[in-house]
Design a binder for this molecule. Structure first.
Ligand SMILES: Cc1cc2nc3c(=O)[nH]c(=O)nc-3n(C[C@H](O)[C@H](O)[C@H](O)COP(=O)(O)OP(=O)(O)OC[C@H]3O[C@@H](n4cnc5c(N)ncnc54)[C@H](O)[C@@H]3O)c2cc1C
Length: 353
């Protein structure tokens, strides 16, 4: 380390909702904060294309952190469309149910869930957020953590690792090794939705609503296993979306999806304007290799991730580490807040000590 190198109070690795929450709180508290993000955009699994969510879609009643953030950012959330009948597809065919037992009451972001991330990022000065900056190595040296990114090394007193633990240990070389039990645990904690693909299918109009359908469906035959209306407010930007397992994607997948939707929703479902397949298992900065095989969800929010590691200087923060609302955006905000509090406590102790 050269004598003139900057040592930041804290570096946050990852600009998803957890990392941005931590970074904005720490910056607001007056710490010299740098947030580094591997992708060329913020948001992580909050990702929207032309306002259509290809990652997270909803938030729910009782999720106070998201509700507060939505209010602070001046976002006018709207209700998930639920009105109409639901469908069930199995090997005997397609059945229609009176009403919609599939969709729980939920709220949507009118221009996409990524507005939460861009809104948070706007609270940071330009110099405090670096995109296209993947961290590939971490080393502790006395009271300083060194982060390798490309040919550059960044330095900080404390680090918030705001990426899923399994991804962190797959993509980052810990030159100062993690405790072996912790490293093993991190490697097997699943990435929430890391095995999922989200298929967004756009239409000229929400034709299913005219037929008295909610757009909600469950299929036991697939490839889309769960389908929902994904239109914008008042049925604008008409769309359905479905979840598939990433292992179901292969040659002819789009044609199979079109055939499934047509079998379920009728011939207008074949009149597709655009179809987007977002395979999260293939995203280098979301899922490690083997994400489709991980299913040990009981490890979510594990106590080991509530404790800092590397001499108390590395704090975990992703939705997978949140003690509550794990997997949700709300969990990511929780984890980010918790990590920020831990960093502030440690920073205060160092100043006093
Ligand atoms: C298809 C899908 C649907 C979902 N639906 C919902 C929903 O409806 N409601 C809900 O509440 N939640 C939903 N979720 C979950 C929600 O998206 C996550 O809980 C949330 O995004 C997690 O935030 P995070 O900050 O913990 O992680 P992420 O959003 O994954 O952010 C991590 C960030 O770290 C970056 N990064 C990774 N490695 C490095 C590195 N080495 N160096 C630098 N940066 C790095 C990544 O690029 C990313 O930006 C869904 C997720 C998916 C995939």
């Amino acid at each position: 380390m050269a004598p003139m190198d900057t040592v930041h109070d804290v570096i946050v690795v990852g600009a998803g909702p957890a990392g941005l929450t931590a970074a904005t709180l720490l910056h607001a508290a007056g710490l010299d904060t740098l947030c580094v993000e591997a992708r060329d955009r913020v948001g992580g699994r909050l990702a929207s294309i032309d306002g259509y969510d290809v990652g997270a879609t909803w938030f729910w009643n009782g999720e106070q952190r998201v509700t507060n953030l939505v209010a602070e950012l001046g976002i006018t959330a709207f209700d998930q469309h639920r009105h109409g009948d639901a469908l069930l597809q199995d090997h005997t065919g397609v059945q229609r149910f009176r009403g919609n037992p599939i969709d729980a009451p939920a709220y949507r972001f009118p221009t996409g869930a990524d507005t939460l991330a861009t809104g948070l990022a706007a609270r940071l000065p330009d110099a405090a957020l670096r995109l296209s900056t993947p961290v590939t190595g971490i080393r502790l040296d006395n009271d300083t953590v060194h982060l390798q990114t490309g040919s550059e090394v960044l330095h900080a007193r404390q680090v918030v690792l705001a990426v899923p633990p399994a991804l962190a240990v797959a993509r980052i070389t810990f030159d100062t090794p993690l405790d072996p039990d912790l490293a093993r645990l991190a490697a097997i904690i699943p990435v929430w939705m890391g095995a999922a693909a989200k298929v967004v299918v756009r239409y000229r109009a929400p034709f299913w609503r005219t037929a008295g359908l909610a757009g909600a469906a469950i299929s036991r035959t697939g490839p889309l296993r769960e389908i929902h209306d994904m239109s914008g407010p008042d049925g604008t930007r008409a769309a359905l979306f479905g979840f598939a397992h990433a292992t179901d994607i292969g040659p002819g997948f789009e044609q199979t999806v079109t055939a499934q939707l047509t079998a379920m929703f009728g011939p207008p479902a074949a009149e597709i304007e655009a179809l987007h397949v977002q395979n999260w298992s293939a995203e280098q900065w979301t899922s490690p290799a083997g994400a489709t095989q991980q299913n040990n969800y009981g490890l979510f929010g594990h106590p080991r991730f509530q404790q800092p590691t590397l001499g108390g200087r590395l704090h975990w923060a992703s939705t997978e580490t949140a003690p509550d609302y794990t997997g949700h955006i709300e969990g990511a905000l929780y984890a980010g807040q918790q990590a920020a509090n831990a960093v502030l406590t440690a920073a205060t102790a160092t100043k006093i000590g």
